[in-house]
Design a protein around this ligand. Structure first.
Ligand code: ZN
Ligand code: ZN
Length: 349
């Protein structure tokens, strides 16, 4: 096969199907036969509706999809570790490889002009084949599905990073604000980390229903003026020791801070928007630490894949809808409406 179809997002809430030459892997590169490509909230927020992103989030009309997982179909010269047939997750940013952030494995924070994210500045996963650089590959354990892998590439990786950053453990009750795919991922992983109690909050009925149906939280609350009180009631009057903020909404963010116990920690992962709080009342006198956490590192993505395999935990549990590539328009539309769990494009094995 020499031609393939790729999905481009023009930025007016539509998708465009374009024809491409199947790429040839150069030195240090592999050609991936795509198996699963899930849609991230960022695709909707910064690309699908309107091209809002700047800098690392500037979309350059490439093939979309930054949560790719597939099987290596061809290896280029000088590939050192991976081989044809390997099942791999793509860490979705290619960095320069030699700056301090890249050397720590955080290509996400690479500031070199050479940095390019798959599905943003270089071709991503929404096509039959994907050209990837070897340093961006993470081996997918045998007992994980391609969908599991795709979900780790951005969303679950990001949640894993946030949970490790604020050191969630069995000592903690965990509050998750925002129950979109990120919130569901945060709940699943927090449970695996041993969290003592899980509380989820959202405003969208479908999300609340899905969280309950999946059995991911001990308590699921529909946000209203009593939510903070309900969180305190469920935690002996204290609030939760650790909180993951996934809503990106001003009220949600304030709730995440106020629902955190004295000396507790909050990680912000929900993007966009703003927040207003009273520093003295909300964080200083409560001795609270707020962490910003952006994506993850390649080694942490490897750790996550290994741990999911050991725990036999499957991120694909939060997938509610899959589509073939030719129905990508429906996939993005559904994800944009937000009345679903995670949505992905898949290819038959
Ligand atoms: Zn993403
Ligand atoms: Zn770099």
């Amino acid at each position: 096969m020499s031609r393939m179809t790729g999905v481009v997002l023009p930025g007016n809430s539509t998708v465009e199907f374009r024809e491409y030459q199947v790429p040839k892997p150069g030195a240090g590169q592999v050609l991936l036969k795509m198996k699963a490509s899930s849609i991230c909230g960022s695709d909707i927020r910064a690309i699908y509706r309107e091209h809002l992103g700047v800098g690392p989030e500037a979309y350059q009309n490439v093939i979309s999809g930054h949560e790719p997982c597939g099987q290596i179909a061809e290896v280029g010269p000088k590939v050192k570790r991976f081989k044809e047939g390997d099942r791999v997750i793509i860490y979705h940013i290619s960095g320069c490889g030699v700056c301090h952030d890249c050397r720590m494995g955080y290509q996400i924070s690479c500031s070199s002009k050479l940095r390019a994210a798959y599905g943003w500045q270089r071709d991503g996963g929404n096509a039959e084949y994907l050209l990837a650089d070897e340093p961006d590959l993470v081996l997918l354990p045998d007992n994980l599905t391609y969908l599991d892998g795709a979900l780790c590439a951005c969303g679950f990786g990001t949640c894993y990073e946030a949970l490790t950053r604020i050191e969630v453990s069995g000592c903690d009750r965990v509050l998750v604000v925002g129950l979109g795919p990120m919130g569901l991922a945060a709940l699943m992983l927090a449970k695996a980390f041993g969290a003592a109690k899980l509380i989820g909050v959202d405003v969208v009925d479908e999300r609340i229903k899905l969280t309950k149906k999946l059995g991911l939280a001990d308590l699921v609350l529909k946000a209203d003026k009593n939510t903070l009180e309900q969180i305190k009631e469920a935690t002996d009057g204290f609030g939760c020791e650790k909180t993951i903020e996934c809503s990106g909404n001003a009220d949600g963010r304030l709730l995440s801070i106020q629902g955190t116990r004295q000396w507790g920690k909050v990680a912000f992962v929900g993007e966009g928007g703003s927040v207003q709080f009273e520093p003295s009342r909300d964080i200083i006198h409560k001795q609270i630490a707020i962490y910003g956490s952006w994506v993850t590192s390649v080694p942490h993505l490897e750790d996550l894949a290994e741990k999911l395999s050991q725990w036999n935990i499957h991120p694909d549990k939060i997938i509610t809808n899959t589509f073939s590539l030719d129905k990508a328009d429906m996939a993005y539309q559904l994800m944009d409406e937000g009345k679903c769990g995670k949505v992905a494009i898949t290819w038959p094995d």
